[in-house]
Design a protein around this ligand. Structure first.
Ligand SMILES: CC(C)(COP(=O)(O)OP(=O)(O)OC[C@H]1O[C@@H](n2cnc3c(N)ncnc32)[C@H](O)[C@@H]1OP(=O)(O)O)[C@@H](O)C(=O)NCCC(=O)NCCS
Length: 208
C-alpha cells in the first residue's frame, strides 16, 4: 500500500509517496529538470523498471500530477561485490528537481522511505560517487557537496563506512554509507563487515 505524507512548502503542497507501483508512476509526468542521471523520460522508464525488480522500491515527491523528486531502492548491481550479500539493499539515487530544492524535500522523502518497516530487515547502502553530483546548479565544490550528502543521509541513520570497493576508492570524495536495520542478524552483519575490505591487505587494514 502506498503511504502518503503531506509536505508543505512556500511553493505549494508536495505529496511524499511510496512505495509506488509502476502503473501509478506511468500516469504522472516528470519535472523537466529531473536531468541529473539521464533525460527525464528515460529516468521515468528507469523508475518504472525498478518497481518491477525484486526488492525494488520508488518513493516520489509529487506536485499535482508531476514528479519533482524521487529516491530509489533496489538490490545492488550484478557486478558489484555487495550483490553477494543477501540482506543488502542499495539506495541507488536521490534527485530533487532544481525547481524545488532547499525546501527539505530530500529530507522528507528519505524519512518516508526509511519509515518503511522493511528497512529494518536490511543493510541499506548508498554509494556516493562524485561524478553524479550537481556541483553546477548547487554551486558547491565536491567537498562541500560530500558534506551535504553525508549530513542528509546521516539524518536517516546512515553512517560513513570505510571500504576498498574500487567504485569508492576511485575518487577520494566518494563515500560508502550504510545503515543496519534492527532485525539484521549478527551473522549477516559480520558477513557485511567481512566484505568491506577484499584486497590483499584489506583485512589487516580493517583490524586497525
Ligand atoms: C542533494 C539534493 C538531493 C538535495 O535536495 P534538497 O531537497 O534540496 O535538500 P533539502 O532541502 O532536504 O536539504 C536538507 C539540508 O541539506 C543541506 N543542503 C541541501 N542542498 C544544499 C546546497 N545546495 N547547499 C548547501 N546546503 C545544502 C542544507 O543543510 C539543507 O537544509 P537547509 O536548507 O535548511 O539549510 C539535491 O540537491 C539534488 O537532487 N542534487 C542532484 C542529485 C544528487 O546529487 N544526488 C545525490 C547523489 S545520488
Amino acid at each position: 500500500m502506498i503511504q502518503q505524507v503531506i509536505h508543505e512548502t512556500p511553493r505549494g503542497i508536495i505529496y511524499i509517496e511510496g512505495p509506488c507501483p509502476g502503473t501509478y508512476l506511468a500516469e504522472l509526468t516528470m519535472n523537466n529538470k529531473l536531468t541529473n542521471f539521464r533525460p527525464p523520460d528515460k529516468q521515468k522508464e528507469a523508475l518504472i523498471r525498478i518497481t518491477q525488480m525484486p526488492h525494488g522500491m520508488i518513493y516520489i515527491a509529487r506536485h499535482e500530477k508531476e514528479i519533482v523528486g524521487y529516491i530509489t531502492f533496489h538490490r545492488p548491481d550484478e557486478i558489484s561485490r555487495w550483490i553477494k550479500h543477501p540482506r543488502v539493499l542499495e539506495l541507488g539515487g536521490i534527485e530533487i528537481s532544481s525547481d524545488w530544492r532547499r525546501l527539505k524535500i530530500a529530507e522528507s522523502i528519505l524519512q518516508a522511505g526509511f519509515a518503511n518497516p522493511v528497512m529494518e530487515d536490511y543493510i541499506i547502502i548508498t554509494m556516493e560517487m562524485c561524478w553524479h553530483w550537481d556541483t553546477r546548479n548547487t554551486k558547491l565544490d565536491i567537498w562541500a557537496y560530500q558534506k551535504v550528502l553525508c549530513n542528509l543521509f546521516g539524518s536517516v541513520g546512515m553512517k560513513k563506512t570505510p571500504t576498498d570497493d574500487p567504485d569508492i576508492t576511485e575518487h577520494p570524495a566518494n563515500v560508502l554509507m550504510a545503515r543496519t536495520g534492527q532485525n539484521v542478524s549478527h551473522s549477516d552483519l559480520m558477513l557485511f563487515e567481512s566484505m568491506r575490505f577484499q584486497n590483499k591487505f584489506g583485512n589487516a587494514v580493517n583490524l586497525l
